[in-house]
Design a protein. Structure first.
Length: 305
């Protein structure tokens, strides 16, 4: 397989490059803002640049984890959210279709309203936020436009990340520096180890699967419980973690509360294991090899990261 990964600087894109190459595939990555050695700069909203990249690489599959995932920012900038989360991927998908390429679009549990999770693929979508709406519109547009389209929904992605942006890195930094964290105990989800998400995505393409698949961690738990579990695995002091309600945080965008993703369909189709949070966190600690994460604090971003 010859693959193009749009958004290889993020944690999912980087994991995809690693998984593709480990399975013997040829993979090229792009980045938007954070340069990655060996990858191409690409603005997914630039039609000419997207066309040039796709027609030069001639991929069999295009993976598109690139997206605007800062939920509250999307709430205040809905047009930008749609340009990046819907229109850019649709443009790339149509360009690839001209070469017969399949397209993998990464979406989120935020397409659901969070009243009856964990959700299966066929459950009706009802996004509460502009972020969720932009992703839901992207899903529908790409599935309608391409016969070889795969929509992957995931959530709360964590694991080794060169930018050290995901929730577990934030937790480690704050606990080791003695800073407090207010973490919602009423947001239930399915934390997903990024290496598992990447390997399962590649297997889906190897099997030429199409339609919607939920690729997420096995099981559901709330954000505060996930933080306590991470503290145990990474030997962190949880005393400065405070359990709060989502309403207490007064965030701009509404969040789905009782969410999470059912992975029964993926389990039946794939051999790749989608690990539960404890196993995934242990794998992350092993991958970090005991090295404390460094780098400067970053703004909190949710979704795929």
């Amino acid at each position: 397989m010859r693959a193009l990964v749009i958004g290889a600087s993020g944690q999912v894109g980087a994991a995809l490059l690693q998984a593709l190459r480990a399975r013997g595939h040829e993979a090229t990555g792009t980045y938007a803002h954070h340069a990655v050695e060996g990858c191409w700069p690409l603005d997914i909203t630039d039609a000419r640049a997207v066309e040039h990249a796709i027609f030069f690489i001639k991929p069999d599959w295009i993976f598109c984890p690139a997206g605007l995932t800062h939920v509250d920012y999307c709430e205040e900038h809905p047009e930008e959210a749609r340009a990046i989360n819907r229109d850019g991927p649709l443009l790339a998908a149509r360009m690839g279709q001209r070469l017969g390429a399949g397209f993998v679009y990464y979406s989120t549990e935020y397409v659901f309203d969070g009243t009856a999770g964990p959700y299966a693929e066929e459950d009706p979508a009802r996004p509460l936020s502009e972020y969720g709406r932009s992703k839901w519109e992207g899903e529908r547009a790409i599935l309608a436009a391409l016969p070889r389209a795969l929509v992957v929904r995931t959530t709360v992605v964590y694991g080794p990340d060169s930018q050290e942006k995901n929730f577990v890195y934030q937790l480690i930094r704050n606990c080791r520096s003695g800073q407090g964290m207010r973490i919602p105990a009423d947001q239930v989800s399915s934390p997903t180890y990024n290496a598992d998400l990447a390997a399962a995505s590649v297997e889906c393409c190897e099997k030429d699967l199409r339609g919607v698949y939920h690729l997420a961690g096995d099981g559901v738990l709330d954000r505060h419980a996930f933080a306590l579990l991470a503290c145990r695995i990474f030997a962190l002091d949880p005393s400065r973690l405070t359990a709060v309600t989502t309403a207490d945080l007064a965030q701009k965008a509404p969040r789905p509360l009782r969410a999470g993703l059912s992975i029964a369909k993926a389990r039946a189709a794939l051999q790749t294991a989608l690990r539960a949070p404890e196993a995934g966190l242990r794998a992350m600690r092993q991958a970090l090899d005991g090295r404390p994460p460094g780098g400067d604090p970053v703004d909190r971003a949710e979704g795929l990261g």
